[in-house]
Design a protein around this ligand. Structure first.
Ligand code: UDP
Ligand code: MG
Length: 307
């Protein structure tokens, strides 16, 4: 049985030696035919040189280099695209996803599971804000989306060949891979682990990218915000209709009033809500524009270890 491990790499030179030690130890202890796929997502810190040295010395390694930074989700996609294992496991390169869990994942796979996703029981070394915002985000996402997406789960997961085949037919530009895998279906089950802090280096998800990632998840998996926009329009139009009757009634019974405050409130409130709903529309329209270009998801500049 062949197993592919996929690692997205963006400026992880400090993690790579430790990662390689831990991975080779785990792989040596398991009786499978492993291939190790590294996708260098436009690193600028020498990660590629370290990886090419590794790839030159070990025939199990396949290395892809992107022409620039395309982002974590795209790097994962490229790795899955070239993987030829019966099972494909995606994990982070910073050892926040412990390689020692692979054995347990493969045991579930052998029991007939198609997707084994790793759920974080405890998250060491992550800020309270990150944990809290992640929790709120996944609750909102699940409430809005008809695809149930497991809580406290990242991209650390095993996928069977048929899941990978299904995923490779889904070429959307904005990729929220963990949601896409849930969408595919088949037999999915969790394994639990405690998440360690990063072994070295900095997170590649600063606040700005986290917000972008969250919005992308919502817009890829739900059109509920669009429905909200129209409901809000209906409710406010109704309220405005009632208010018009009130104002006209007051006018004809001689109760005229200065009305500056109520006017301003109505104008500002409606203006704000209109901008917000236009913004929601704009978000979806923008995605349509990007999608309609039909560009490739990534450009590979170099490969090592592919015959
Ligand atoms: N990563 C990537 N491209 C990017 C950002 C991140 O390939 O543009 C990789 C990164 O090297 C790591 C994984 O994605 O292997 C997860 O990133 P990180 O650990 O920084 O995210 P966090 O765990 O802080 O959410
Ligand atoms: Mg990390």
């Amino acid at each position: 049985m062949r197993v592919s491990l996929v690692f997205p790499i963006f400026n992880e030179s400090a993690c790579l030696p430790v990662l390689w030690d831990r991975i080779t130890a785990v792989v040596a202890s398991l009786a499978y035919d492993f291939e190790l796929i590294f996708v260098d997502d436009g690193s600028t810190d020498g990660s590629f040189d370290i990886l090419s040295a590794i790839a030159a010395a070990d025939t199990r390694v396949k290395l892809l280099r992107f022409s620039r930074n395309f982002g974590h989700q795209i790097a994962i996609t490229a790795g899955i695209d070239v993987a030829d294992g019966d099972a494909v496991i995606v994990m982070d390169a910073d050892l926040q996803d412990p390689p020692e869990l692979i054995g347990e994942m493969l045991a579930k796979f052998e029991d007939g599971m198609d997707v084994v996703y790793a759920v974080r029981r405890d998250r060491q070394g992550e800020t309270l804000f990150k944990k809290l915002s992640a929790n709120v985000f996944y609750k909102i996402l699940n409430w809005m989306s008809s695809t149930p997406i497991p809580l406290d789960t990242g991209d650390f997961r095993l996928m069977s060949r048929r899941v990978v085949a299904a995923l490779s037919t889904m070429r959307e530009q904005d990729r929220f891979v963990r949601g896409m895998v849930s969408w595919v279906g088949f037999n999915q089950c969790p394994v639990y682990f405690d998440r360690d802090p990063r072994v070295a280096g900095q997170t590649k998800y600063p606040f700005r990218k986290m917000v972008q990632f969250a919005l992308n998840g919502i817009m890829s998996f739900s059109t509920v915000p669009l429905r909200w926009a129209s409901w809000l329009g209906f409710v406010l139009s109704g309220a405005a209709g009632i208010y018009i009757i009130v104002v006209v009634g007051l006018r004809f019974t001689g109760h005229t009033f200065p009305g500056y405050a109520s006017l301003m409130i109505a104008v500002l409130l409606l203006g704000g809500i209109q901008l917000m709903t236009v913004g929601i529309l704009g978000g979806y329209v923008g995605r349509l524009v990007m999608e309609s270009k039909k560009r490739p998801l990534y450009i590979v500049s170099e490969t090592v270890g592919f015959e």
